[in-house]
Design a binder for this molecule. Structure first.
Ligand SMILES: [Cu+2]
Length: 294
């Protein structure tokens, strides 16, 4: 970073009116300082596939963008008013140029179209992830104002602002909202999906590396939105996951009926991690159904 500033400073001292260098300076600063570009550092199967899609689309578009940037600079030098122009009044058409500027973009668009078609089916959030050894773990997610409730139907437990699952196990998130629209997103694992009251969204993910990942709501939902974050803890082993389940089971708190749920669902900001050792069955269905038009 310092070297780049130093180089720009040196150039600036030689030629004081090169303001055109500033955009390049900004871009270089961005590239050098971005050590935590989490979308380009995925730890989940879906995230890895999404990264190659992003990179592929960027490179395809650069095939057009880079020549255009070069031409914009070259043309403004070549055709500036102080340059002695050669006046060519009879020049009106060039089939070579026409061919070039039509064929290349058409090929790129066809290719991008095929890529989009293929990847939107392959990366469909609803598409189950198959694993030959591991069964899919279902976790139900409810977005509250302004916290996340995670329900484990197989274990009858729940937690707030912390979701835990083992590495290399396919996870099926069943997602709904108790309030306005939010967006469920663990950037390093892939795919954001909207949470909506009265309906269920599905998101299938699988972590390839254990670790602590940040989960966010990526859809503005009012006053407490900026603190609506959660931790996604991916354990190394199934045993570690079972230990966490056991820890939650020790909690004195429980969600025994819809009234106790409604108390938990009251708006709060920056809510701490909380565990519930027992959750009554069909809580999730009841949350979804209460918004259905009767
Ligand atoms: Cu950055």
């Amino acid at each position: 970073m310092q070297y780049i500033s130093w180089i720009f400073y040196k150039i600036y001292r030689y030629k004081k009116n090169i303001y055109w260098l500033f955009p390049f300076l900004l871009i270089s600063m961005q590239l050098v300082s971005c050590s935590n570009m989490i979308l380009l550092d995925p730890k989940g199967q879906i995230g890895i596939e999404e990264r190659s899609l992003i990179l592929m689309a960027i490179s395809l578009m650069l095939i057009v963008v880079i020549p255009v940037i070069i031409m914009a600079i070259l043309f403004s030098i070549k055709y500036r008013s102080s340059n002695t122009p050669i006046y060519t009044p009879n020049w009106s058409n060039s089939n070579k140029i026409e061919l070039l500027i039509w064929v290349i973009p058409i090929i790129i668009i066809i290719f991008l179209g095929m890529l989009t078609w293929k990847s939107s089916h392959e990366l469909d959030p609803r598409k189950p992830i198959h694993s030959s050894t591991m069964n899919t773990l279902v976790i139900r997610v409810v977005s509250l104002d302004w916290k996340w409730l995670f329900i484990y139907p197989e274990y009858n437990i729940a937690s707030i602002n912390e979701v835990v699952f083992p590495v290399n196990v396919p996870i099926k998130f069943e997602i709904t909202s108790n309030s306005v629209m939010n967006s469920f997103f663990i950037p390093q694992l892939g795919s954001q999906i909207y949470t909506m009251a009265g309906m269920q969204s599905i998101l299938n993910l699988m972590a390839k590396e254990p670790g602590i990942y940040h989960g966010i709501s990526s859809n503005f939902s009012g006053y407490g939105f900026s603190d609506m974050k959660f931790i996604a803890l991916v354990t190394k082993t199934n045993k570690e996951f079972e230990e966490w389940i056991h820890k939650v089971k020790l909690s004195p708190k429980s969600i025994s009926d819809i009234n106790s749920y409604e108390k938990i669902a009251l708006p709060s900001v920056g809510h701490p991690i909380e565990y519930f050792s027992n959750v009554y069955p069909h809580l999730f269905e009841q949350i979804t159904n209460k918004f259905q038009v009767k």
